[in-house]
Design a protein around this ligand. Structure first.
Ligand code: SF4
Length: 726
């Protein structure tokens, strides 16, 4: 069989790949050098897809927990019979709210996986949808709501003259704070083009190699640093006066609060040179096509929403939004055509609407229900307790904050179902583990990458790009595998419920016509290919046209430009949100993050190359190097601790303790521990930490130091100490 085009679905970047299929199995993968956007890019994870599909630990049949705690294979139809019946019993006895779903980061890659899960839950009458969004970067959603959004969209990295990356390393994370399609190439091209790049990160990351200005702050002081930069820009009159006057409100309130963060104070508190802070502020303000954006580190640290809000203020103050008559680089492919206008959609409520949880006064927010409170919600007795949880694309036992509490909660559930390709840490606690098809066995599209287009600066494709792939191979012979959406369809059908797929909304950026929810036929369900046809009806580029470009196509024509402000439009962006400014003012009154003699180090989150969180840890390309997540610290720190690189240690926080391996890394700021999250396993597996890694989430307390808007606890900039292992 000839080499075939497809889309990698290992991570969220949807790289175009060329796949050699022999004897009905994918045997080799490489990037597609002719692809106009990715230009041949692929990573080791994508090239290991054949090994992922044929991994000896891959589940080829769904599993059911037996009475003695072991697992036995169960037919997927039987599993759906039993799960549907049990869910119905719980709904009948305890009400719809007793059933919840958790949507993890690996759900986006598969057609309608999350949409079908949500549709099934809603059909049951429950609104208890929890997702990784509230323990990852919830501040982005909430800050966007509080600030308002610019309906002309933002500038993109590939066209920018100035850019600022705050605690984000897109070369490794592939999170699109620069182009998600081949970020290293994009950064190298931008450097040749003469971009002014500012990188702020406690770790001199791979992205920092391209920086003109690199600032290495103390973790957790991002709002201080940003307030200091805003103050410099305002005091020196370097902001876009016309834009601020015509399109915003609240400028004086912002000016008043940031004036308390003069450059000397802000720099001292953030642990950077005052001259660096001033230079970064002046350089950023001098840009014409610019943006500042942050990643998981600042968002997982305290005050993540405030950090995101101040970044939006920085972008708005400098007028970094696309104006009337400018080209809109990506008006959409599988989404309906975007309508861009040079006008502001005013702020909306950021939290405190919709469904509530019973924990610590937390409520739904623009990022969703607080996953940081989900374990407590399951454990708390009384009306409204969650008793059944279905997980899609996630591994809560290593991903949710406070691992011990999570383990207790998962064990308290009446029913835990997870869709997983392996017996992960969570799967081993489940009642049913549903074995899914993998990428080469299912059709797919690039829609999920396109979907959040221009939600935040440089998210999504820099051009109107899209790709469709058919399934390339059949599932392994003798297997019984099911796609996620089909599992939820099967449950709904058995419960006599309808199944409606709710479309993914573009929360920010240009306007799009709202798509109607899609109601599926319960007696004659579509195939996944037919479902794709239905999902993308009304797309800017017809699916049939996209299919003519099997290696991916660009559909720039006809060009779309940003329209003039609509007559009578009065929306303005909010620079002076009272809650955010009160949070900022309060920072003046409290000590810097982690100023604690007992726990003098600050543990920050990071990503590691060649894994997706820890997925892929057991694939050959990773195993050749190391299969755990080291605790990287500066060599001077190790010397002070009297430890050698590679030593076994314990990392302790006020809340917990984990075994780990320390490694020297001179790119880390002294006083900082840099460690990848979502590694390891349940505490019972601690002895294997040199093989499977360490779960940093055990160090996190969900009940103290949490943000009141999203409930995210302090998941980065965690005060810790390192002690030698016994
Ligand atoms: S970056 Fe993600 S999508 Fe691209 S090849 Fe690697 S794993 Fe696959």
């Amino acid at each position: 069989m000839p080499r075939q085009h497809s889309i990698c679905r290992f991570c969220h970047s949807a790289c175009p790949i060329l796949v050699d299929v022999e004897g009905g199995r994918a045997v080799r993968v490489k990037g597609n050098p002719e692809n106009p956007v990715y230009q041949g890019y692929s990573c080791a994870r994508g090239r290991a897809l054949p090994q992922q599909h044929s991994h000896p630990e891959r589940l080829l049949h769904s599993q059911k927990r037996a009475d003695d705690g072991s697992f036995v294979a169960i037919a997927s139809t039987r599993a759906m019979d039993e799960v549907a019946a049990r869910v119905q019993e719980l709904v009948d006895e305890y009400g719809p709210r007793s059933v919840a779903i958790y949507i993890g980061t690996a759900s986006n890659q598969y057609v309608a996986a999350a949409a079908a899960g949500v549709g099934w839950l809603i059909a049951n009458g429950s609104r208890m949808v929890f997702a990784a969004a509230t323990i990852d970067q919830p501040g982005k959603h909430i800050a966007n709501a509080l600030h308002g959004r610019w309906l002309g969209g933002s500038y993109l990295y590939d066209e920018a003259d100035t850019w600022m990356l705050l605690g984000t390393n897109p070369i490794v994370s592939m999170v699109a704070t620069v182009s998600c399609a081949n970020p290293a190439r994009s950064m190298s091209d931008a450097r040749k083009r003469g971009i002014n790049l500012i990188v702020i990160d406690p770790r001199r990351s791979e992205a920092a190699r391209y920086a003109d200005i690199y600032v290495q702050p103390r973790p957790g002081e991002d709002p201080t640093l940003l307030a200091g930069m805003l103050n410099v820009i305002i005091e020196e009159g370097r902001y876009d006066r016309a834009f601020v006057e015509n399109e915003t409100r609240g400028f004086e309130a912002l000016r008043s609060v940031v004036s308390q963060f003069d450059s000397a104070y802000a720099a001292a508190r953030a642990g950077v040179a005052e001259s660096d802070l001033i230079e970064a502020a002046r350089t950023f303000a001098a840009g014409h096509r610019a943006a500042a954006c942050a990643g998981t580190g600042p968002n997982m640290a305290p005050n993540g929403t405030l950090t995101e809000y101040l970044l939006l203020c920085l972008n708005t103050l400098c007028g970094n939004w696309r104006r009337k008559g400018e080209a809109l680089p990506n008006p959409g492919v599988l989404m309906p055509e975007a309508q861009a206008f040079a006008q502001a959609q005013p702020p909306r409520k950021g939290w405190g609407f919709g469904e509530k949880v019973r924990i610590r006064g937390l409520e739904n927010s623009a990022a969703g229900l607080p996953t940081g409170a989900l374990a407590e919600e399951i454990l708390m007795e009384g009306d409204g307790r969650i008793r059944a949880l279905v997980c899609i694309g996630g591994n809560p036992l290593v991903a949710w904050p406070d691992q011990n509490l999570t383990l207790e909660a998962l064990r308290k559930l009446d029913l835990l179902v997870t869709i997983d390709m392996k017996m992960s840490a969570t799967a081993r606690e489940a009642d049913y583990v549903i074995a899914p098809k993998l990428g080469f066995e299912t059709p797919g599209t690039t829609h999920a990458v396109e979907a959040p287009e221009q939600m935040w600066p440089s998210v999504g494709y820099p051009r109107a790009y899209g790709q469709y792939t058919p399934a390339l191979v059949d599932p392994p012979e003798g297997s019984d595998l099911i796609e996620e959406w089909q599992f939820f369809h099967g449950l709904a059908k058995r419960q006599g419920l309808p199944l409606t797929l709710y479309p993914i909304r573009a929360e920010a950026g240009p306007l799009r016509e709202a798509k109607k929810p899609l109601e599926l036929d319960m007696d004659a369900p579509p195939t996944t290919d037919e479902l794709i046809e239905l999902l993308y009806e009304g797309s800017r580029i017809p699916l049939a046209e996209l299919k003519k470009h099997p290696g991916g196509g660009v559909f720039d024509e006809p060009a779309t430009t940003v329209g003039a402000k609509q007559v009578g439009w009065e929306g303005r962006l909010e620079l002076g949100d009272a809650t955010m400014l009160a949070d900022l003012a309060a920072l003046r009154e409290i000590a810097p993050v982690g100023d604690d003699a007992a726990f003098p180090l600050r543990l920050i989150s990071r990503r590691m190359a060649n894994v997706y969180n820890s997925a892929g840890r057991d694939l050959p390309h990773f195993e050749r190097k190391r299969t755990y997540n080291p605790a990287f610290v500066h060599p001077d720190e190790l010397e002070q601790l009297g430890l050698a690189s590679g030593a076994s240690v314990r990392i302790e926080s006020e809340h917990g303790s984990i075994p780990a391996v320390v490694e020297a890394a001179d790119d880390i700021r002294p006083g900082v521990v840099s460690m990848s999250h979502a590694f390891g396993d349940a505490p019972a597996h601690d002895a294997r930490f040199r093989e499977i890694g360490s779960t940093t989430n055990r160090l996190i307390d969900t009940r103290t130091n949490f943000e009141r808007y999203s409930g995210i606890p302090r998941m980065s900039a965690i005060p810790v100490r390192i002690v030698a292992a016994d």
